[in-house]
Design a binder for this molecule. Structure first.
Ligand code: AQP
Length: 353
């Protein structure tokens, strides 16, 4: 057994392309989740280059206290948001994590593969646990291990995520490498590629350019929720913190201006263009002119999503049916991989599911 991961060559080349990603059902999706992750999920689904699996990671959600009734509602809301953003249950497998036992089964095995020292380096745990670390749940500490199991239960090769998940993806690759080494099966688990692409891989708070936009920020003015109406979107953009200078003529001019850079990145991602192109178009413009243009664009792109979400939410039984069907299809992929994993570890396979 080795204690340190030895990164082998990229095993993704040895596995068929399969895309996996997840979002926590912990409240409304915001613009950061959309531009950093879900928009890319839809693009990867529509590229049609391989299977795409998108998961509501409710087991991750309960690493911090969730009101049970609220959690159930949030799972359905997230499923509705996924579909309203363009995920199609006929093209992708949409499902809820706790309904597929493979995640928890592989999660435990990986708890026994990952090293405490690796987890101690995870910055998200430090941020989320804050000063009250001793009182954080064991689940919150082990979150990145379960995330590795989410991905590797499907031998997924590509994982679209926001920039904040980069370190967790590195840990996933370390766990895959160590498992493959420890059990003498060099290419069993692939080393998945993080897909961190687009003009807004790290959307920042509208109130503080040094903090990422987040569901758990106490200020609702810090984020744009996908359920916000046109007035709320326009008001939040109008009140977004900025500096007094006009927009510069090149990207270098944004280097020391985090709030301005954030709004330019949001505009670029919503318009499907680059930050360079936005800066070229608005060079010299004051925020008094840029913010209304951004608000119009955000309303144009986001309000149809909110409308579609309401339509999906009107039929919760249909959402449950879609999630049940997704869970069956996900389990059909994961179960043989878990069986093979049990074999490699020396556990007995025949067990009720
Ligand atoms: N601000 C962001 N910019 C770009 N991408 C982001 N993501 C989250 N925030 C941003 C990406 O969204 C996906 C799903 O995130 P999640 O809900 O699973 O977890 P999270 O990162 O914990 O989301 P929040 O909003 O920050 O929730 P709280 O406040 O509860 O911690 C991931 O791919 C993530 O990178």
């Amino acid at each position: 057994m080795t204690d340190m991961p030895t990164q082998a060559g990229d095993a993704a080349a040895t596995h068929p392309r399969r895309v996996f990603s997840g979002v926590q059902p912990t409240g409304n999706l915001h613009l950061g989740n959309y531009l950093g992750a879900v928009k890319r999920f839809v693009e990867m689904q529509d590229e049609g280059l391989g299977e795409t699996l998108y998961c509501m990671v409710d087991l991750h959600a309960i690493t911090t206290w969730q009101d049970p009734a609220e959690l159930t509602r949030s799972i359905r809301e997230l499923a509705a948001a996924f579909m309203a953003c363009g995920l199609d249950p006929k093209k992708s497998i949409l499902f809820n994590q706790s309904q597929v036992a493979a995640h928890a089964e592989l999660g435990w095995i990986f708890n026994c593969v990952a090293r405490v020292g690796w987890l101690n380096r995870m910055t998200q745990f430090k941020e989320k646990a804050g000063k009250n670390r001793e009182n954080a749940s064991v689940g919150l500490y082990g979150y990145p291990v379960l995330m590795a199991a989410d991905i590797l239960a499907y031998q997924a090769t590509h994982v679209p995520v926001g920039e904040d998940q980069k370190q967790h993806l590195e840990l996933t690759r370390d766990i895959a490498t160590k498992f493959n080494n420890d059990f003498g099966c060099p290419d069993f688990f692939p080393l998945p590629e993080p897909i961190i692409e687009g003009a807004a891989t790290r959307v920042m708070s509208l109130r503080d350019g040094s903090k990422k936009m987040s569901k758990s920020d106490a200020s609702d003015m810090s984020r744009i929720n996908l359920t916000d109406d046109s007035d709320a979107i326009a008001q939040k953009i109008r009140k977004a913190r900025t500096d007094p200078d006009p927009l510069p003529g090149s990207l270098e001019g944004l280097a020391e201006r985090p709030e301005a850079r954030n709004l330019v990145g949001i505009y670029a991602a919503l318009a499907d263009t680059t930050a360079e192109a936005v800066v070229a178009e608005y060079a010299g413009a004051q925020f008094g002119a840029f913010k209304p243009a951004l608000a119009d664009l955000a309303v144009e792109k986001l309000s149809p999503i909110a409308g579609r979400m309401r339509e999906f939410l009107a039929d919760p039984a249909e959402i449950d049916r879609i999630l049940g069907d997704g869970a069956e299809r996900a389990a059909a992929i994961a179960n043989p991989i878990i069986d093979a994993t049990y074999d490699k570890v020396g556990l007995l396979r025949s067990r009720p599911r």
